[in-house]
Design a protein around this ligand. Sequence first.
Ligand SMILES: Cc1cc2nc3c(=O)[nH]c(=O)nc-3n(C[C@H](O)[C@H](O)[C@H](O)COP(=O)(O)OP(=O)(O)OC[C@H]3O[C@@H](n4cnc5c(N)ncnc54)[C@H](O)[C@@H]3O)c2cc1C
Ligand code: FES
Length: 250
Amino acid sequence: MRELTATVLENKRIAEEIYSLTFACEEAVPVRAGQFAMVGVDGFPLRRPIAVCKAEGERITLCYRLKGEGTRRLAASCSRGEKLSVLLPLGNGFFVAGHEKKVAVVGGGVGIFPLVSVIREYAESKEIYAYMGFRNRAAICMEYEMRRGKELVISTDDGSAGCRGTAVQALMENIGRVKPDVILSCGPVPMLRALKNAVAGRNIPTYVSLEERMGCGIGACLVCVCEQTNGAHARVCKDGPVFEIGEVKI
Ligand SMILES: Cc1cc2nc3c(=O)[nH]c(=O)nc-3n(C[C@H](O)[C@H](O)[C@H](O)COP(=O)(O)OP(=O)(O)OC[C@H]3O[C@@H](n4cnc5c(N)ncnc54)[C@H](O)[C@@H]3O)c2cc1C
Ligand code: FES
């Protein structure tokens, strides 16, 4: 992990309440799919955790939804040429084993962003089947990136684009045909719970990236601790954010 001063190249709205922030670091930063950054926001003591969507040498792109004051400030005040204080890369990220050929990615809401980095990293070497859920048509973004895999099914809660329903429902409608070797997921807790129930007993390795509240992002403050099924506790920022689905209580 490095503490970097990055220069903002672009910070633009790409969908309803969603912004894409691209910045240049002083040097190339090796980032694995599913790792995240802690981004400093002017006037806020705590940095905000945001998944890396694209890493191209020293050029990094993150996408974020307007949620509270920090992300709203980022959208309003962070423009080209400005300096950003960033910790990068953080967390373990997603890992696909050599023998796992068919990879299903299941994303909901801002959980699609770390999965875009999975698609980018593995589109050439694996068969990627993507099931991505959005609130509605206006929230859909990064479609070009999501189409790099073998298959993309978009779903919306209100049916305004793609299939009506959730990404987990879309996965389950296709799982018998696709027969994925591994499932990688990120999204809101109810979605991850639905996924856990849906894949129970199917013997498909399934990994989820958790989005806990964070303070430091580097394992020191314990704000992000989650409960494991064996009774132990794990720091989402340092031991995760990616865990085997049976390993954590969700
Ligand atoms: C590993 C990881 C990756 C993430 N990737 C993305 C992403 O790619 N795109 C995206 O839009 N969002 C992502 N999030 C969620 C994002 O961090 C929060 O939406 C953001 O921190 C909210 O900040 P705020 O100041 O606008 O909101 P506020 O609610 O005002 O934030 C107050 C405090 O709570 C923390 N906080 C609030 N919600 C969350 C949350 N869900 N997760 C973690 N900390 C939170 C903030 O960092 C801040 O310290 C990710 C979270 C984690 C843990
Ligand atoms: S956020 Fe501080 S230990 Fe994880």
